[in-house]
Design a protein around this ligand. Structure first.
Ligand code: EPU
Length: 336
């Protein structure tokens, strides 16, 4: 177990904010985690578990304990003629996991290539992109309930997955479970999903395979989304809002080109990026924070942003979008 005191989180948040935490604790295995969950000093502090920090906004220094999992590695737990079940450590880099699956010819996660973050967070956030989401392939989530230190294995149904949502994101469960492993079920005869955006076009005349889909997704993401290693950002800052159908029909009369995705009989999802773009907010700045020029759903750190600059810009975006469209945007990024 690694324990650091008065520790900079610069390398642990993709916004690139140089904030500090009183303590940083990184556990390597379940025994270490169990030890941490029996520690009275730990529970006397405020604490928060992070992944790669690719979906976090630190508003300032953290006076408490930041916890991180270093449980990595992949174990094949079952295999049939058609499928393989892989148990991956929560602290494993997400894209390395996707790469491992693609290299072995196991399909299901290739459209989620290059998403920043770790395996544990993929199961909390239900990460999604290009017509796929993590929940499509999740079979089980192994987690500890921190109040009692008990281990619990969640079936996919118990995880209550929906668009960018899970049991672990429900307000009453938020921050109460530490995930150690996620079991993914991958297909040996995958059906490739090529119809979202320009994946097919990007593959061109060549054969569509797991490798070429992965390469296409990587090149599309690289063209649109800033690389956090160069420009601080947390990917999509807001989730795409759901609005009721009647209100959508109303808006559509005024904005016939507004994209939308049907959700059910009552609700429609509209892209937050389009709403923000239509308010003319691309490139808008606040202190060191700015709306990304190529994807208006992304807020970037121009180099010297504080957490407050980013939060202030996000609040202003919400205000302006609400005024123009009467639609409320919700951050996908977690504020700490
Ligand atoms: N659009 C604009 N202006 C922009 C960008 C997009 O008008 O600056 C419009 C596009 O024309 C399009 C629509 O908005 O009709 C949707 O855009 P896009 O397909 O780029 O996807 P998104 O809804 O903005 C979601 C995910 C992304 C994921 C992409 C691709 C959420 C919150 N975001 O974005 O996830 O990569 O789809 O599948 O659902 C992330 O979470 O960090 C992330 C990048």
């Amino acid at each position: 177990m690694r324990i650091e005191q008065n520790y900079s989180l610069l390398k642990h948040n993709t916004f690139g904010l140089n904030v500090k935490t009183g303590y940083f604790v990184e556990y390597d295995n379940e025994a270490d985690l169990q030890r941490l969950l029996r520690d009275e000093y730990f529970f006397s502090q405020q604490f928060w578990h992070i992944g790669q920090g690719s979906n976090l906004l630190f508003l300032g220094d953290f006076d408490g304990v930041i916890v991180h999992s270093a449980i990595r590695g992949i174990e094949k737990v079952e295999e049939t003629e058609d499928f393989v079940w892989l148990k991956a450590g929560a602290g494993m880099d997400w894209d390395s996991f996707v790469d491992h699956c693609v290299q072995n010819g196991w399909g299901g996660l290739e459209n989620l290539s290059l998403i920043p973050g770790e395996v544990g967070a993929s199961a909390v956030q239900n990460i999604g992109a290009y017509g796929a989401e993590a929940a499509d392939c999740i079979e089980e989530v192994h987690a500890y309930f921190i109040e009692t230190g008990e281990k619990r294995i969640f079936s996919k149904t118990e995880c209550k997955y929906a668009y960018r949502f899970s049991f672990f994101k429900q307000p009453e469960n938020r921050g109460k479970y530490y995930i150690t492993h996620v079991v993914y079920k991958l297909s040996k005869h995958p059906e490739l999903r090529l119809d979202y955006g320009n994946i097919r076009e990007c593959i061109g005349a060549g054969a569509a395979t797991l490798e070429t889909v992965r390469a296409a997704v990587i090149s599309i993401r690289k063209a649109k989304l800033p690389d956090p290693a160069e420009t601080g950002n947390a990917g999509s800052f807001f989730v795409n809002p759901y609005i009721n159908k009647e209100y959508y029909e109303n808006l559509k009369k005024r904005y016939p080109d507004m994209p939308h995705y049907p959700v059910d009989e009552k609700m429609v999802k509209v892209p937050a990026a389009w709403l923000i773009d239509r308010c003319g907010l691309k490139g808008k700045t606040k202190g060191g924070a700015a709306v990304h020029e190529k994807q208006s759903l992304v807020i970037i750190n121009r180099g010297n942003a504080s957490g407050k600059d980013i939060a202030d810009l996000a609040a202003e975006i919400c205000r302006i979008v609400k005024k123009k469209f009467a639609v409320e945007l919700q951050p996908e990024v977690n504020y700490i």
